[in-house]
Write a protein that binds this ligand. Structure first.
Ligand SMILES: Cc1cc2nc3c(=O)[nH]c(=O)nc-3n(C[C@H](O)[C@H](O)[C@H](O)COP(=O)(O)OP(=O)(O)OC[C@H]3O[C@@H](n4cnc5c(N)ncnc54)[C@H](O)[C@@H]3O)c2cc1C
Length: 378
């Protein structure tokens, strides 16, 4: 077994890391975390390079990269921040619903604008009464003539407030718990849609929102697939979402560790660098093992998806493990930086906040463990 990247994969990774250093940079990311503004200039640079189309088939104008190349992308763009990675990835994995299941008219209407960077996508599954129990959602979708009419309250929909965003809403079109769910496209400026940005500790630049849908009337042509296909589509979507998230956790954990090594090597106390104290050295060594292990889980899951094999268990394993690793690495970084860890200019407090959210976003760590257990036949 060869654990190395191919030449093409290595070049892709190097290109992305150079891009993140030269064209984005950690100061830009920090500034957008503080201002809570969407990183539009960096997003446009990614669009201009065609990278938003990584998951879009070539026949629809995309690059049709395999899941390994996609994981390399997600790992690299999370170098400075999980929030930034989510700002880019959210539209990308949500676009797969349209690319894979949309009609020709839906693809023509939305994909060219998305690939140019003008149209963004967000996905709205969660409701105040339906978080981990996503299939318990109650937002209603009722057929009426040539339209569907939606009513309900969604919460934590990331990016739904951004200009030009089309929200992919999972709504209840029938009584069956899973078979009664449908996925429908709702532009965020549509009459009856009220989107409010929330003041969260994380996802500050992408932003997450609460949505109120009141008699929202959309044409039947906005439905993805058939009524009742929603749960199946979201399952596929979540595999890409969770793989991308897991890869991003690895990318950010690596930076948290690199920053900890750099800081403890440069700072002297008791006449010695902090990095010479065994307790700190061992924590960094332990985190280095864990980051590498998380990385292998991510690429093993991605490779399985690239072979078009079912990888639900492997993706959940990668996500739950990488989230814990990102949290432990940034937690140890917080301790190693002492009081300076509290200052935004050291970035560690951002890594720490965002790593905590990694245990919740895209399905909590408890739910990932339940999925793994179910796949184990338990
Ligand atoms: C910043 C942010 C961005 C988000 N972005 C999006 C988005 O873009 N789109 C979207 O649809 N959602 C989004 N979410 C929602 C996210 O997916 C949910 O928060 C998450 O699924 C958990 O739901 P909940 O918050 O309602 O917690 P709950 O489901 O109430 O869970 C609370 C706790 O109980 C545990 N728990 C619940 N059920 C079980 C069980 N059966 N077994 C063991 N433990 C259990 C959970 O693991 C958790 O620890 C976002 C959330 C945040 C905070």
């Amino acid at each position: 077994m060869d654990f190395r990247f191919t030449d093409e994969q290595r070049l892709w990774s190097e290109t992305l890391h150079t891009f993140m250093e030269r064209e984005v940079g950690r100061a830009y990311i920090r500034q957008h975390d503080e201002s809570r503004e969407f990183p539009e200039e960096a997003y446009r640079k990614i669009a201009d390079r065609g990278w938003l189309g990584l998951l879009v088939p070539e026949e629809h104008g995309g690059l049709e990269a395999d899941p390994v190349m996609y994981a390399i992308f997600c790992e690299a763009i999370a170098k400075h921040s999980l929030d930034f990675a989510a700002a880019v990835m959210t539209s990308m994995f949500t676009a797969t619903n349209i690319a894979h299941h949309g009609t020709a008219a839906q693809r023509e209407r939305y994909l060219p604008g998305f690939l140019r960077g003008d149209v963004k996508f967000s996905v709205s599954i969660t409701e105040p009464g339906a978080g981990s129990d996503a299939a318990g959602l109650r937002t209603s979708m009722v057929a009426d003539g040539d339209d569907y009419v939606l009513n309900g309250n969604k919460v934590f929909c990331s990016g739904a407030h951004l200009p030009g965003t089309v929200i992919t809403v999972l709504a209840r079109s029938g009584p069956d718990r899973h078979g009664g769910l449908s996925l429908v496209l709702v532009p965020n400026d549509h009459p009856g849609v009220d989107v409010r940005k929330l003041n969260t500790a994380v996802r500050r630049s992408l932003g997450t929102t609460e949505i109120f849908l009141t008699d929202v009337r959309v044409p039947r042509g906005n439905l993805l697939g058939e009524a009742g296909d929603g749960w199946r589509f979201i399952g596929e979507h979540l595999e890409y979402e969770r793989l991308g998230l897991a890869a991003s956790y690895v990318g950010n954990a690596r930076t948290a560790l690199d920053d900890t090594v750099a800081y403890t090597t440069g700072r002297t106390q008791f006449g010695r660098p902090l990095s010479s104290f065994q307790v700190l050295k061992h924590r960094m060594a332990e985190n280095a093992c864990e980051v590498e292990a998380a990385r292998l889980l991510v690429y093993s899951a991605a490779a399985k998806m690239a072979r078009r094999e079912r990888a639900v268990k492997e993706v959940s394993m990668a996500k739950v493990f990488a989230a814990d690793v990102a949290f432990r690495t940034s937690f140890n970084g917080m301790q190693a930086l002492g009081g300076y860890a509290q200052l935004p200019e050291y970035d560690m407090e951002r890594y720490f906040r965002e790593a905590k959210h990694a245990m919740v976003g895209g399905g909590t760590s408890e739910i990932q463990r339940s999925i793994i257990a179910k796949e184990m036949g338990l």
